[in-house]
Design a protein around this ligand. Structure first.
Ligand SMILES: O=C(O)CCC(=O)C(=O)O
Length: 313
């Protein structure tokens, strides 16, 4: 293995290991060394980390500069991101020019939130991202899906549960590319929170008959596993979903206590509060991912805490 590959591997392992992302600086140092030696993949990862604000506040100019450099060095991932974000699907070169054309201000401006319910508070985010971005996000998850798990209240760990039969891919810090960072930045703007309040995102996939049964996203602190988590990281106050495709039947996001079923088009989003206006957990937020009766359903799911974790702006 070349020195660049070894440094890149060690850097990603340090960022995704047991203590990550609590101590990311060591992983970033290894990736930076790989990048200084000319590593394209390490440079592409550093671009996303700069946008995310890992170990430093988010730095968009730096993120775009690194993405262009990764593309120049031959990273196919970086090239694909630039073609998508720069709006030129046929572009073959001029990576720095494409990077300069990416409108960060448009991505991070608060989008229109269309209220559809007050108990719980549910807001539609119409046309939240483009169909091309949706297809990109599906591409990240498609080959990496595994059985989705629930967050076990007793242990505070992940567990398989009969109530959740769909599959999912949770993106680690190094799976998050700049397209994903920008989608998350747009969610943070919609929620009016710093990027650091967002948990690792998940891509959810439902085949016919698969479901995420009725549940709450807030963490009930009367359960020991959850209480520890809330003390350390804050309450999960908001959930944002981006619908990545349509062309399926069934598969609504249902709020049975509110009598609401959300059905959206490709690229639409929904955001709902898991707490009420007094910040108490809200039983009205009970919801489910209903099973599709035909086709497949893809969703980008983002849980949001009431405070930022570490750095992240
Ligand atoms: O897939 C859906 O419609 C619901 C997803 C969900 O309930 C969640 O991510 O908490």
């Amino acid at each position: 293995m070349s020195e660049i590959d070894a440094l890149t591997l060690r850097g990603t392992q340090l960022l995704t290991g047991r203590d990550a992302p609590l101590a990311p600086s060591q992983g970033i140092a290894e990736l930076s060394r790989a990048s200084e030696l000319g590593g394209a993949d390490a440079t592409a990862i550093l671009a996303a980390l700069a946008g995310m604000g890992v170990d430093a506040p988010p730095n968009w100019p730096r993120a775009l500069e690194l993405l262009a450099l990764a593309a120049e060095r031959g990273s196919e991932g970086a090239r694909g991101q630039l073609r998508l974000l720069g709006g030129q699907p046929d572009a073959q070169d001029g990576w720095a020019r494409l990077a300069q054309g990416i409108d960060i201000a448009a991505w991070t401006a608060p989008p229109v939130r269309r209220p559809i319910c007050e108990a719980p508070r549910i807001r539609m985010l119409d046309g939240f991202v483009s169909p091309e971005v949706c297809a990109w996000l599906i591409g990240i998850g498609r080959a990496r899906l595994t059985q989705a798990q629930v967050y076990d209240a007793r242990t505070g760990g992940a567990a398989i549960d009969a109530a959740r039969t769909n599959s999912a891919f949770e993106l680690s810090i190094v799976d998050v590319d700049l397209v994903t960072v920008l989608a998350r930045a747009r969610i943070a703007a919609a929620a009016n929170v710093p990027l650091g309040a967002l948990e690792p995102p998940q891509l959810l996939h439902y085949a016919v008959g698969q479901t995420f049964g009725r549940h709450y996203d807030y963490l009930d602190v009367s359960q020991p596993g959850y209480a520890k988590d809330v003390a350390a990281h804050g309450q999960r106050v908001l959930t944002a979903l981006i619908y990545l495709n349509d062309g399926y039947e069934g598969g609504e996001t249902a709020f049975p206590r509110a009598g609401i079923e959300v059905r959206a088009r490709t690229g639409d989003g929904v955001m709902f509060a898991n707490v009420d206006r007094a910040n108490a957990v809200d039983p009205m937020s009970l919801h489910a991912g209903e099973p599709p009766t035909s086709g497949e359903k893809w969703v980008f799911s983002q849980w949001i805490r009431d405070r930022a974790q570490g750095s992240g702006g």
